[in-house]
Design a protein around this ligand. Structure first.
Ligand code: NAP
Length: 432
């Protein structure tokens, strides 16, 4: 029976385990994650007020309960165990590590306190242990959110919502406390191109029009001719329809304004010791690309969140395309017995569900590459021997269930769960 290690317990990892089981029949798959908890972006990336999206973990729970599928958490491959060690133990290793690192903006002032990438900011309000101590303050009126994708919408919406609107979310306590004292009144969503080039999806855009204390504003002059909407694909046409209705809605007198600042690109961030303003340049489109016009504008803000995409960090011993920010592969095949899937393979695009067909494609590739006599590799037993020899504290799926139960038990009334935000809290909640 083939023994396969999948690194990364997010959607790409669990869909790959499911696909391997369905494609190969009898197989042993160990899903390994550097965090003590599984589910990757579902736990630490999906917006805490989008609980229906998080329900997809039921499917991953079913995969986890299948014969031959294991979970080993709190184990960092490339650090505690090398990729070569893992490749020696398993017939195939699949990298499903996602794209957790923020792409830099590449402008002066980016390192000032108060300038955050969306991975960090979203991780902060979602309880990712790497960002539990992130210094976030919402004590200023202005916030600049750079990017015209769904992550920018998530970030703007979470900042704009009232504590009451977040009552049934699983936002973590430190973020709720900051939001409770929020002084934010102007949220700027900055797009270097226009409404027809945005990556927002209609459902997320529609939600912005329904907020209790915030109103979205679009400058009518930034909207293309309505007749040109007909050429858009249906989803984007609907999104642009929402933007048109925002532009036509009279001022409701709500305390928070969400400004869509289309056709502006960030050029510098300034402030004395921390961010105080973002300098943007007006753009125009040339062959679909944003080019600067030289016309500058200052946006006063105490927080800049750049939502401009992510990169996959390298792992020692694995070919990496640094420019593209992902592993170097031929449609997922990196080297004999080594594969990449999901965002680690093709970059940070697509929905959670997009990972499923990707996973089946990799499973088919592994099945085709693995035909032949059994290798007799040590697999899980060999990895467990290394874990014991190095005194590593890892977590099992049973441990995750204990963490899950403890989080459910801590939940505030009406809230789905109250997450642990530190590794040691998570580990303390496990059985041993
Ligand atoms: P995205 O959709 O690729 O959007 C990135 C945005 O950043 C684009 O508007 C891009 O503009 C802009 N950008 C890139 N570099 C820039 C720069 N240097 N200066 C200014 N702007 C820059 O990425 P995302 O929002 O991170 O989302 C990632 C994926 O997750 C997407 O597929 C998204 O749909 C998905 N997602 C889905 C949901 C949901 O379904 N609820 C929620 C969150 C994320 P250009 O177009 O001009 O390059």
């Amino acid at each position: 029976m083939l023994q396969i290690a999948v690194i990364g317990a997010g959607p790409a990892g669990y869909y790959t385990a499911e696909a391997l089981a369905k494609t190969l029949g009898a197989v042993k798959v160990d899903i390994i994650d550097r965090l003590p908890t599984p589910f990757g972006l579902i736990r630490a990336g999906v917006a805490p007020d989008h609980q229906s999206i998080k329900a997809v973990t039921k499917r991953y729970e079913a995969t986890a309960a299948s014969d031959g599928i294991g979970f080993i958490g709190n184990l960092e491959i490339g650090n505690a165990v090398t990729i070569d060690e893992l490749r020696g133990l398993y017939d195939a290793v699949v990298l499903a590590t996602g794209a957790p690192n923020d792409r830099p903006l590449g402008i002066p002032g980016e390192d000032l306190p108060g300038v955050l990438g969306s991975g960090a900011f979203v991780g902060w309000y979602n309880g990712h242990p790497d960002f539990a101590d992130l210094a976030v303050t919402l004590a200023h009126c202005g916030v600049a959110v750079v990017g015209n994708g769904n992550v920018a919408i998530d970030v703007a919406r979470i900042i704009a919502k009232t504590p009451d609107e977040l009552g049934s979310s699983d936002i973590v306590a430190h973020a709720s406390a900051e939001l409770l004292n929020s002084a934010v009144c102007d949220i700027h969503i900055i797009g270097r191109r226009g409404p027809h080039q945005a990556s927002f999806t209609p459902k997320e855009m529609g939600e912005l029009g329904q907020l209790q204390r915030a109103q979205p504003f679009v400058a009518a002059g930034d909207l293309p001719l309505e007749a040109d909407d007909a050429a858009l694909e249906p989803g984007l046409r609907k999104t642009v329809g929402h933007l048109r209705s925002f532009a036509a809605t009279p001022h409701k007198g709500l305390p928070v304004a969400i400004h869509f600042d289309f056709f502006y690109r960030p050029v510098a961030i300034e402030g004395d010791g921390r961010v105080e303003r973002l300098i943007v340049e007006r753009t125009r489109l040339e062959d679909g690309r944003a080019v600067g016009t030289g016309e500058m504008r200052t946006i006063d803000c105490g927080l800049v969140v750049s939502c401009i995409g992510y990169q996959t960090p390298s792992i020692p011993g694995v070919p990496h395309d640094d420019g593209a920010g992902r592993f170097a592969s031929d449609s997922g095949r990196i080297a004999p017995g080594l594969y990449a899937v999901g965002w680690a393979q093709h970059g940070p695009t697509g929905t959670i569900g997009t990972n499923r067909p990707d996973a089946f494609a990799i499973a088919e590739m592994i099945a085709a590459d693995s035909a032949g006599p059994e290798s007799g590799r040590a697999g899980r037993a060999g990895l467990e021997a290394i874990i014991v020899a190095r005194g590593l504290k890892t977590t099992s799926f049973a441990d995750w269930r204990a963490i899950d139960s403890a989080e459910m038990a801590r939940a505030r009334t009406g809230a789905p769960r109250e997450k642990f935000v530190r590794r040691d809290e998570m580990l303390a909640a496990t059985k041993d």
